[in-house]
Design a protein around this ligand. Structure first.
Ligand SMILES: Cc1cc2nc3c(=O)[nH]c(=O)nc-3n(C[C@H](O)[C@H](O)[C@H](O)COP(=O)(O)OP(=O)(O)OC[C@H]3O[C@@H](n4cnc5c(N)ncnc54)[C@H](O)[C@@H]3O)c2cc1C
Ligand code: SF4
Ligand code: SF4
Length: 395
């Protein structure tokens, strides 16, 4: 059967949704890509390059490349600032879409920036009041969020859910003082700090951070939170960023507080061995962070050798937050009649085919189905596209 007249809806424009849409378009299939924010790329488009003298294979640049593919592909129609309202399944899927209710909470001067068609920067005004007081802050061609979004009905032959994850909210671990002490940041914040600065600076005073602590497993492998899973990405991203910091500032002293180091990815064992020669690894997770007068932070932890408690001061504490289920999972599970597992991620039919669901015609791609890095999300999305093609019976 030919792919002509077949149409697939992909929900979520992160790396998984972009990859699934792109793979389907290679088979001449039309794709409607629905993204609830005003931008494509999901979390991964915000990450820094972690190269030192060599590429560290963090995958961040593959997202930009895939985004360019998608926005230049006529078979893929992108609907930004749009979300699903209702779905009707009578043979094909009839999907009602509405303007999204998404409201960003991080709009500096009322404008947020991201990517649009042809990968040129898109500036979106999200707070008109803030802009009126400061017209210089509004770049030429900025679009108002209120004018974005699509309302209407689309009929499609299958749906891929690729609505991703959310980073663990570090404020839930109150004793670390995130958002209370300026020099406690998350891995997500550090991605941005490294992207914007040549060296890592302290948010409190803009001075170079010399003594830096990473606390691993924040929000993952935590019985109290009921988050028993390993997020898989926070060891690699923390070590890659630590390496990058050391590369730019050889005097930086880095300590990694950990339970286990997740061994993922090609050459990871060799990379970890190298890290052990450059950073201090302490197999203990501190539970409290205390502020000091100079905005430094003190942490208490147990010395592995003698079991005694040590207090130590750091310039910057990085909380390596993990992956938790996306905020819309429960609503989407009801809308699409697809089950979630006990952790709150969507569940495929089995381990070998984790992209097909028990609901005929509904597929999963990326972290919507559990923690994955960029490469694994892309591979999963590729598998989802293959399953869709099998489902459609096209060649
Ligand atoms: C701090 C941190 C650092 C990381 N660093 C790395 C790294 O260096 N390298 C690496 O390989 N991996 C890294 N990861 C993992 C990486 O972020 C994920 O693998 C990747 O973002 C997964 O892509 P995704 O498309 O599944 O999800 P997302 O990036 O979450 O994208 C999902 C998209 O769906 C949209 N969406 C959500 N709900 C809806 C809805 N209802 N309707 C429409 N659209 C919706 C979202 O707005 C978003 O655009 C890191 C993770 C964290 C937490
Ligand atoms: S963004 Fe990551 S994958 Fe790309 S060049 Fe930099 S280190 Fe390598
Ligand atoms: S990847 Fe590392 S830091 Fe993240 S949950 Fe797993 S063991 Fe903990």
């Amino acid at each position: 059967m030919s792919a002509k007249d077949k149409k697939i809806m992909v929900i979520g424009g992160g790396i998984a949704g972009l990859t699934a849409a792109w793979e389907l378009s290679r088979f001449n299939i039309d794709v409607e890509l629905i993204e609830k924010t005003p931008f494509l790329g999901g979390y991964a488009i915000q990450y820094c390059c972690k190269a030192t003298d060599e590429c560290r294979q963090c995958g961040a640049c593959t997202v930009e490349a895939m985004l360019k593919n998608v926005v230049n592909e006529p078979k893929i129609k992108v609907h930004l600032a749009t979300e699903v309202e209702k779905i009707n399944n009578s043979g094909r899927f009839s999907v009602d879409l509405k303007k999204s209710s998404y409201k960003p909470d991080f709009a500096t001067e009322g404008v947020i920036r991201g990517y649009s068609k042809n990968n040129s920067p898109l500036h979106v005004i999200v707070d008109k009041e803030k802009c009126e007081g400061n017209p210089d802050a509004v770049p030429e061609g900025a679009v108002e969020l209120d004018t974005m979004g699509f309302s209407g009905k689309l009929d499609v032959d299958a749906v891929i859910l690729a609505s991703g994850f959310q980073p663990f909210d570090a404020e839930q671990k109150g004793t670390y003082g995130y958002k209370k002490f300026p020099n406690v940041v998350t891995g997500m914040d550090l991605e941005r700090i490294i992207r914007e600065n040549a060296t890592v600076v302290r948010p409190s005073d803009g001075k170079t951070a010399q003594k830096i602590a990473f606390i691993q497993c924040v929000g993952s492998r935590d019985e109290r939170l009921g988050h028993l899973w390993c997020s898989q990405v926070c060891c690699p991203y923390a070590l890659r960023m630590a390496e990058r910091i050391k590369h730019k500032n050889a005097d930086a002293e880095i300590t990694v507080f950990y339970m286990d180091i997740q061994n993922v990815g090609k050459d990871y064992a060799g990379f970890y061995e190298k890290c052990k020669t450059e950073f201090r690894f302490v197999r203990n997770i501190p539970v409290d962070v205390f502020p000091m007068e100079n905005d430094s932070l003190s942490m208490r932890y147990m010395n592995e050798e003698d079991g005694l408690c040590i207090n130590e001061e750091f310039d910057l504490v990085v909380l390596s937050v993990g992956i938790v289920p996306g905020p819309d999972n429960s609503n989407m599970s009801d809308l699409f009649d697809v089950g979630l597992n006990e952790d709150g991620f969507f569940t495929g039919i089995d381990k070998l085919n984790s992209t097909s669901t028990l609901k005929d015609g509904i597929f999963l791609a990326g972290t919507v189905a559990g923690p994955k890095d960029i490469a694994a999300s892309m591979a999963h999305a590729g598998q989802a596209a293959s399953e869709v093609i099998k489902h459609l019976g096209v060649s």
